[in-house]
Every structure is written in structure tokens, then in C-alpha cells.
Design a protein around this ligand. Sequence first.
Ligand SMILES: NC(=O)c1ccc[n+]([C@@H]2O[C@H](COP(=O)([O-])OP(=O)(O)OC[C@H]3O[C@@H](n4cnc5c(N)ncnc54)[C@H](OP(=O)(O)O)[C@@H]3O)[C@@H](O)[C@H]2O)c1
Length: 328
Amino acid sequence: MYIAAGNRYETMKYRRCGRSGLMLPAISLGLWHNFGYHDTEVNGREMVRRAYDLGITHFDLANNYGPPPGSAEEMFGKILKDDLAPYRDELIISTKAGYLMWPGPYGEWGSRKYLVASLDQSLKRMGLEYVDIFYSHRPDPNTPFEETMGALEQVVRQGKALYVGLSNYSGEQTSEAVKILKELKVHCLIHQPRYNMLDRKAESDLMGVLGNEGVGCIAFCPLAQGVLSDKYLDGIPTDSRAAKPTGYLKADQVTEEKLSKVRKLRQIAQNRGQSLVQMALAWVLRDERVTSALIGASRPGQVEENVKALEKLDFSVQEIKEIDAITL
Ligand SMILES: NC(=O)c1ccc[n+]([C@@H]2O[C@H](COP(=O)([O-])OP(=O)(O)OC[C@H]3O[C@@H](n4cnc5c(N)ncnc54)[C@H](OP(=O)(O)O)[C@@H]3O)[C@@H](O)[C@H]2O)c1
């Protein structure tokens, strides 16, 4: 039987999520990869246990994580039931709906019909009565935002979600959605954008809106799916995401242009006494509007290495300048 480490809250840093009452761990664990039917439950369970032992209280899912879609929620449901059930009130569990989940006109995007049905399915797969955060996973160009936000409000009123969030909405779309939610008397807790040293789009478009509106930010792919590490510098290792047929990172996306930046960034990390992975996480967290860096992992040792990023979060002005020169 699993018993969580007694010292799990001693080293993790918790940051306030925008203007809300909720604190999130500076590092959260996402289950997009490595928790599907092709992956071993033993490894998934060990990663979740290690994460929680290190104070990672937030686990991020979506209806479609797997493959196949739904299988990550199923595996997480088993882990919850066997290992984490006694700790439910110490956990923040999120899920999302937006991408293709089932056939027909009601199985994706942003209608009330899809969002409400999808959350019911997610709750069943995970064996939960409620999730802590429910996201609209992507904006729907063909559904009025009033309807999508209305669905988010509905699940909060029903007690099926405590908080709501947006993902992949642009700055302008976020402003509009937040305004509608305000009219519905629901605070938008959090936004989940892609943000890392190789993809800084959120800085120009979104961060200002989040800061002004008091919406928290959880940055996904902070390691650019693993490209911001040493692993691809001498080719594609067979056990890496880019080598796996089910991985979303394709080998041809690991370009020489990116690797030449990675080499230079690694040098800065070494001078700081950190691995590149650790510097990449610290860098995302240098912006106080970023509540949490949402990592993925393929083995428990990665979770351990990544949490150690918190031992050195500060950057000198010179380091920031050098990173900007490489990445802007
Ligand atoms: N809202 C959205 O639309 C959206 C989209 C994408 C992701 N997300 C969320 O963000 C989460 C994280 O995404 P991500 O998995 O792409 O994040 P990431 O942290 O950028 O990449 C994770 C991958 O990097 C590698 N890695 C991690 N730690 C490492 C270490 N210490 N040393 C070497 N390699 C390391 C592993 O890949 P290997 O397999 O190569 O070891 C790992 O699976 C997802 O699980 C999901 O919850 C959300």
C-alpha cells in the first residue's frame, strides 16, 4: 500500500493562481504522454507517486489523452483509487474538452452539449465526483463564446468542477471569454498556453491580459516536449518521444536550427550549475504571472531532476540578456 512521503510539502514551492484563493505547485505533472494503453501502468503509477512525494499536488489531464483518447484518464483513475484516494482533498485534478473525442457533430469543439457530456465521461473514467479545474481546451470559431462559457458556468453550478480555465485561446479571445465569465459571476481561474524558451508567442499576445485580469497561467510544454534537454544533441535516442510512433513530437521537428539554440542555452545552464532542463523550467517561472510549469515525464527520475529546478530560480540580468539573444 502506498503511503505519501511525510515531508512532501517541505521543499515544493506553491504559487498563487492569479487573483484567486488557490495555490498551485510551481511544477505540475501532465499526463498527455506515457499514460495510454501502450504505456505500462507500473511506470505511470511510479511517476505519479514520485511527483506527489515531492509535493506536486496538481495533475493535469484531458478527455483525449492516451492514446486512445480516454485511456490516460482511465489509468489515472486506477492510480487515484489504489494510491491517492485518501489524499483527494490535497490534490488539484484538471481535465479538458475541446478536441475530437467521439464521432458525430457533438464530439469536439465548444458546444454546451459536448462540454457537459465530456466532463461527465471524464468523471466516470477517473472515478471522481468533481474535478478541481475544467478547461475549454480550444476556442471554437463556430460556437458563440456565450455558449462555451455558459457550459463552464453550468458545470461549476452543478458542482462537477470547482474552477474553470481556458487553453489555447489568444489574448483577444481570452479577454472576451473572461468578460463573459465575469457576467456569469464565474472567475476564470487559469489559462494554459504553450510557453517555453523556443516558443515565446504567449509573451506578446497573452501574458498582459492574464496579468490585468488576475488569471493564473500554467505553461504547457515548458521543455518543448523534451527538445530543451541534452537528449537530441547526438541524434534521436530510441527511447525518446521523437522516436515513438505515438508521440506528438516528430523527428523532423527536432531541427538543426533548434539544436543550435539548445547547445548555446546548455552552456548558460552549465555556468549556472543547472541542467538545461532545470534552467528551462526556472526560466518559465521567472515571470511571476506564470503560476506553474506543466511538465511531462517518461520516467520517475525525470520528475526528480525537474523538481530540483526550484533550487535555483533567480536569473542575473546578464543571463536573461544572453537567453533573449538566443531565443528572440
Ligand atoms: N492544453 C493543451 O493544449 C496542451 C498541449 C500539450 C500539453 N499540455 C499539457 O502539458 C503537459 C506537458 O506537456 P509535455 O509533456 O509536452 O511537456 P514537456 O515538459 O515540454 O516535455 C516532456 C517530455 O520531455 C522529456 N523530459 C522531461 N523531463 C526530462 C528530463 N529531466 N531530462 C530529459 N528529458 C526530459 C520527456 O520526454 P521523453 O519521452 O523523450 O523522455 C517528457 O515526456 C501535458 O502532459 C499536458 O498536461 C497541454
